[in-house]
Design a protein around this ligand. Structure first.
Ligand SMILES: Cc1ncc(COP(=O)(O)O)c(C=O)c1O
Length: 485
């Protein structure tokens, strides 16, 4: 048997590159068509059981022709995606991605770069983005940043850096101890669930973050924050961190970041901002004032895969004090020691700033997106999604059968058909199954709300209109007896 290194039985490269090229071009053309014609498709459709069953197959010991595997993708994967590329997708906080980002993903896959460290241009691309983000948020030189999966991880890193600031890098070896057990953090009651999770994962326990009541516009009540901090100090506990939210997941409310920054300065607390989607409001001149004060944060979590429209995943964390950030993660290991020259040069490495050693090239799709569209155009698309929210708010206010539960704060509107929770839950499920639109639900002041979040750059007024008309039709079809005003 021929097992020389050249044997196609050993390498995974194709025996015939031209065949691969033809198949690759076909796949690329298909995906470009998929995006170009996305509006013609349903937003989402349920996965038939027979299709689900296909993903319970035996281990594929033998190979299958690429064309055949692709055929399975075409028939059983692509039609049953979540639909966040579709303009009718209005659920949760999902970005729409772009064709440019998709092409960049292909290039990144080809290079197969590992951005944990070493001296190569992909690392410089990520450094370029760190520098751009630093300037965007007016952080000083010496600030650090890195790509992570998403804001869940970016917020976790923010909490870990705050832990180092409070307890020194010794905490990494010795654990929290008695001193660490007294530390308390504060975030609005509307903060994302990943904040208590970050406290849990950091060893503090999720109870160590105090949920601070929100005012009627969904922002952290700063009087209540001051009371909670004073109460904890009086009880012998040690406040160390306030997490402000730029864009709450439920309603899009933005905490008063400027005031929180002042409070943190006066009280000697660290200030972290969860700006998962709201932070990129800085790209729009009209919206930028809403996040005023974000530039005073000690650290910021944000996602390029939401309002930045970079394909998943592209979370990012920015830290004012790069040394502190590095102290939180760097550890010496002989086999990872950077050199002054050669491929093993290029210190500090990104693996010194986060938990991942192997890291993909998320920076490339972000670099392509930012360069190809330019920040101003992305800012305009962000502002447009807020205009859509205002349009929907106006539409709901004008329609007697609909009730506004949370006005458009940013890009999110919560409303409902004037009927009970059960009817509204059914309307949303029916909407999803109709393929017309995919809003999500939340609870506002005890009432189940239809929650429309405009994140996708493809969504237009006509899509909002289709959703409203469908809600009215499905509400009537649900046999609801609407309670008119
Ligand atoms: C305010 C907020 N914070 C954090 C997250 C978590 O971000 P990710 O899903 O990128 O981990 C989200 C997600 O929607 C969010 O809206």
């Amino acid at each position: 048997m021929n097992t020389t290194p050249e044997s196609p039985r050993v390498t995974l490269d194709p025996g015939n590159w031209d065949e691969l090229r033809a198949q690759g071009h076909h796949m690329l053309d298909d995906m470009i068509d998929y995006l170009a014609r996305v509006r013609e498709r349903p937003v989402w459709q349920p996965i038939p059981q027979a299709v689900r069953d296909r993903f319970r197959a035996d281990l594929p010991r033998e190979g299958t022709a690429l064309a055949q595997v692709y055929d399975e993708f075409v028939h059983y994967v692509a039609p049953y995606a979540a639909g966040n590329v579709h303009p009718g997708f209005m659920g949760w906080v999902h970005g729409g991605g772009t064709a440019v980002g998709m092409l960049a993903e292909m290039l990144a896959g080809g290079l197969n770069a590992n951005l944990g460290g070493r001296d190569h241009a992909p690392v410089e691309v990520e450094r370029q983005i760190v520098e751009w983000v630093r300037r965007l948020f007016e952080f000083p030189e010496g600030a650090s940043g890195l790509f992570v999966t998403g804001s869940s991880l970016a917020n976790f890193i923010g909490v870990l850096v705050a832990r180092t600031a409070a307890l020194g890098r010794g905490v990494r070896k010795a654990g929290l101890g008695e001193e660490g057990g007294k530390l308390r953090a504060y975030a609005s009651a509307a903060a994302h669930r990943c904040i208590p999770l970050a406290m849990d994962l950091s060893g503090f326990g999720s109870d160590a973050v105090r949920p601070i009541a929100i005012d009627e516009s969904g922002r952290m009540d700063l009087g209540k924050l001051a009371e909670a901090v004073a109460r904890d100090r009086a009880a012998g506990l040690v406040p160390f961190l306030v997490v402000g939210t730029a864009g709450t997941v439920d309603t899009g409310a933005i905490d008063d970041l400027e005031a929180i920054a002042g409070f943190c300065r006066d009280e000697n607390l660290r200030f972290h901002v969860d700006g998962a989607f709201g932070a990129l409001a800085v790209l729009s001149p009209e919206l930028k004032p809403l996040v005023k004060g974000i530039e005073k944060a000690d650290s910021i979590a944000l996602d390029f895969h939401k309002w930045g429209q970079v394909p998943y995943d592209a979370g990012f964390v920015l830290v004012r004090d790069g040394e502190l950030h590095r102290d939180t993660f760097a550890s010496p290991a002989a086999y990872l020691r950077p050199n002054a020259k050669g491929l093993a040069a290029g210190a500090p490495w990104f693996s010194d700033f986060g938990p991942d050693l192997s890291r993909g090239f998320r920076a490339l799709k972000t670099w392509f997106t930012l360069k190809t569209y330019g920040l101003d155009r992305i800012g305009r698309s962000i502002a447009h999604s807020c205009e859509l929210a205002r349009y929907l708010e106006g539409r709901v206010r004008a329609e007697p059968l609909l009730e506004l539960l949370a006005p458009a704060q940013l890009n999110i509107v919560c409303f409902r058909y004037r009927a009970d929770d059960e009817v509204n839950a059914k309307i949303v499920v029916d909407l999803h199954e109709s393929g017309i639109a995919a809003p999500s639900t939340t609870t506002i002041r005890g009432k189940l709300a239809v929650r429309a979040a405009f994140v996708n750059h493809r969504t237009q007024v006509c899509d909002v209109e289709r959703m409203v008309v469908a809600v009215l039709r499905l509400g009537a079809a649900a046999g609801a007896r609407p309670r008119l005003r």
